[in-house]
Write a protein that binds this ligand. Structure first.
Ligand code: A2P
Length: 327
């Protein structure tokens, strides 16, 4: 368990954006059931994943059965990229509370520092060429103040950021009354973001790492948002020989070594899986320790920015030219 401003955040979470189709709730329900049965008590979702309702229904079922208390589950959700505007924060927080069927969200993050125009029903607003329309400069502080209001109203316990860079976080920290409790960013052995992690730890910001295993299903998932999505090259972390040899040494799997590496680096991993065996495997990481040789070899796998998977460029054309683009 890691401390999050005095409260506890389970040190591994379940990434719910597994690619299980949101329109067919049964598969995701089984996946969430399996995660809870395995022992995961930290579930990561987002309005953008379109699965909050299924998660809400599944958790309600567990609460009603008496086998799980609301207080035992730590739930994170996020202001979607088309909600990144001060005028839409109230609306999306209300939507998430209603979808999750909860009075209070444990952690609410701004999903991305760039905002897009919103069109009810379609999510993104598009121009005549079908390109997603972005907002102008993001008023991060005004959005944050709205989120602070919801903390004061008891709708949210902690607020934080996702996909923000050091400079953006520093600026926000200077004016925020309630400090960000968490930063969620992509972290895996090819993109370790050690400077960012160190900066967060110095500022008592818990770091959560998404796509820790290299998001092998990334292209498939992106096509569910944008059918014309062009496949991008993905790292083959699970086939990496250095990690394979460390895994062999500890009689663990490659995935378990990667997740252990993140935990020992002070990062909370949120692996995704639709498979109950792998859901268990990814949780079974507390009975071994990587030594300094393993850690050094894993640190050497750093590639840097070129290894970033979730850069949003394939989803939103020219997003990299937006002044609030973080990477
Ligand atoms: P599956 O759902 O079939 O298990 P990430 O968490 O980095 O986004 O990675 C998710 C991807 O990794 C999914 O394609 C998932 O496939 C796969 N995956 C998750 N856990 C494991 C594991 N323990 N071994 C191999 N692949 C895994």
């Amino acid at each position: 368990m890691l401390l999050l401003n005095g409260s506890k955040l389970p040190s591994v979470g379940f990434g719910s954006n597994t690619g299980a189709p949101p329109e067919k709730g049964e598969e995701l329900e089984k996946v969430i059931d399996s995660a809870i049965q395995t022992g995961y008590r930290h579930i990561d979702t987002a309005f953008f994943y379109r699965n909050e309702k299924i998660i809400g229904n599944t958790l309600q079922k567990w609460f009603k059965s008496g086998k799980l208390e609301r207080e035992e589950i730590f739930i994170t959700t996020k202001l979607p990229i088309f909600g990144v505007h001060p005028a839409r924060v109230d609306y999306f927080i209300k939507q998430s509370l209603s979808n999750l069927q909860m009075d209070c969200i444990d952690l609410y993050l701004i999903h991305f520092p760039v905002g897009c125009k919103f069109q009810e029903g379609a999510m993104f607003a598009r121009d005549e060429n079908g390109d997603i329309l972005m907002e102008g400069r993001t008023d991060h502080l005004a959005i944050w103040k709205k989120m602070e209001e919801h903390v004061n109203l008891g709708h949210i316990r902690y607020i934080g950021l996702s996909n923000y860079n050091i400079s953006q976080i520093s600026t926000l920290i200077k004016s925020a009354i309630i400090k960000p409790a968490c930063l969620q960013v992509e972290i895996h052995p090819h993109l370790q973001q050690r400077d960012l992690v160190e900066f967060c730890h110095k500022n008592e910001i818990t770091v959560v790492g998404f796509s820790p295993l290299g998001a092998a299903d990334y292209n498939l998932r992106m096509k569910t948002y944008l059918p014309e999505y062009q496949d991008q090259q993905l790292p083959n972390l699970l086939g990496n020989q250095v990690i394979q040899s460390i895994a062999k040494k500890h009689s663990k799997s490659v995935a378990q070594v990667i997740l252990r590496f993140l935990i020992q680096s002070g990062v909370v991993p949120i692996p995704k899986s639709r498979n109950s065996q792998r859901i268990k495997e990814n949780f079974n990481i507390f009975d071994f320790m990587l030594d300094e040789h393993d850690t050094a070899a894993l640190q050497d796998l750093e590639v840097g920015e070129d290894a970033r998977i979730s850069n949003f460029k394939g989803l939103i054309r020219k997003i990299e030219n937006h002044p609030d683009y973080p990477f």
